[in-house]
Design a protein around this ligand. Structure first.
Ligand code: ADP
Ligand code: MG
Length: 262
């Protein structure tokens, strides 16, 4: 499937700013812009598990484009300008606030583990949590007190981030519900965008099945990255028809642990 292979612009023509676990950032065509390139790399357990899933970057680029485009249209500010090609999008450079903002609707992951709430329990209301974005520390959960005391964001910025998070949650919940998928929780990143002397907080990074827990509304099948954590990349292909292959697929899909820090 050659068309899924990344096509790189010669390195001499653009500068690589950052390479992360899932994406590469390049200098954009104009000051204040960046090119966000989606790789096929899939990591779990804080990058202890790593595989390449062919075509994942193409899908995440498309899904994230869809989400950010619509958020822009309903007045939720984001870094997204436009998609450039199958793997890349043009974005505004922001000063990333070093927090993973998690919104939960249904108990899962670390919330279930830490508080002993059975996975799948509907939460009394949506809950917003903050995790300090730091791979060395495994993205530990932090309180608003930590956020303000260490100067990661001001109280006003926390208010803005929470208001954005609620709106993103409402939008995403509706989109997924429309196609029979329950938005259990998701993670988003935010950043400071300066325009002249004005600064506002915008949604940044990506929103895709790598950063959401998505369950089939009828069967509760997991349709997101948790599937990858529990199995090998093979599970992302359609379930094989042969009974033996199917049995080994099922065996492999026994949950081995938690894929995300949250
Ligand atoms: P990581 O392994 O650090 O999560 P990723 O592979 O997700 O990295 O690459 C994206 C990186 O770019 C992240 O660190 C993210 O915080 C950062 N980023 C996302 N959007 C923007 C933006 N608009 N401006 C600057 N940095 C961004
Ligand atoms: Mg990331």
């Amino acid at each position: 499937m050659d068309f899924l292979k990344p096509r790189y612009t010669p390195m001499s023509r653009r500068r690589r700013i950052y390479e992360g676990k899932a994406k590469v950032l390049y200098e954009g065509p104009e000051p204040g812009t960046l090119i966000q390139h989606f790789k096929d790399d899939a990591t779990a357990f804080n990058a202890k598990k790593h595989e390449v899933i062919e075509g994942k970057g193409v899908l995440n680029n498309r899904i994230s484009e869809y989400v950010f485009q619509h958020l822009n249209e309903i007045g939720v500010p984001t870094h997204f300008i436009r998609r450039l090609n199958m793997r890349e999008q043009l974005i505004r450079e922001v000063e990333i606030i070093p927090l993973e903002v998690v919104v939960r609707n249904v108990a899962a992951g670390s919330l279930s583990t830490r508080l002993g709430i059975e996975e799948g329990t509907q939460l009394p209301r949506s809950i917003i949590e903050f995790y300090y974005k730091n791979d060395q520390l495994g993205d530990p959960m932090v309180s608003e007190e930590h956020v303000t005391a260490f100067g990661w964001a001001t109280p006003q910025e926390i208010d803005d981030i929470m208001a954005l998070a609620i709106r993103v949650n409402d939008f995403l919940s509706g989109v997924f519900l429309g196609v029979g998928i329950r938005l259990v929780d998701f993670k988003m990143e935010t950043g400071r965008l300066w325009e002249n002397d004005m600064m506002r907080i915008v949604v940044a990074d990506e929103i895709s099945p790598d950063s959401c827990r998505l369950w089939d509304i009828k069967t509760s099948d997991k349709l997101d990255k948790d599937r990858f954590a529990a199995t090998s990349a093979a599970c992302l292909r359609p379930i094989p028809k042969s009974p033996n292959a199917s049995a080994s697929w099922r065996k492999a899909s026994v949950r081995r642990g938690q894929v995300r820090s949250w």
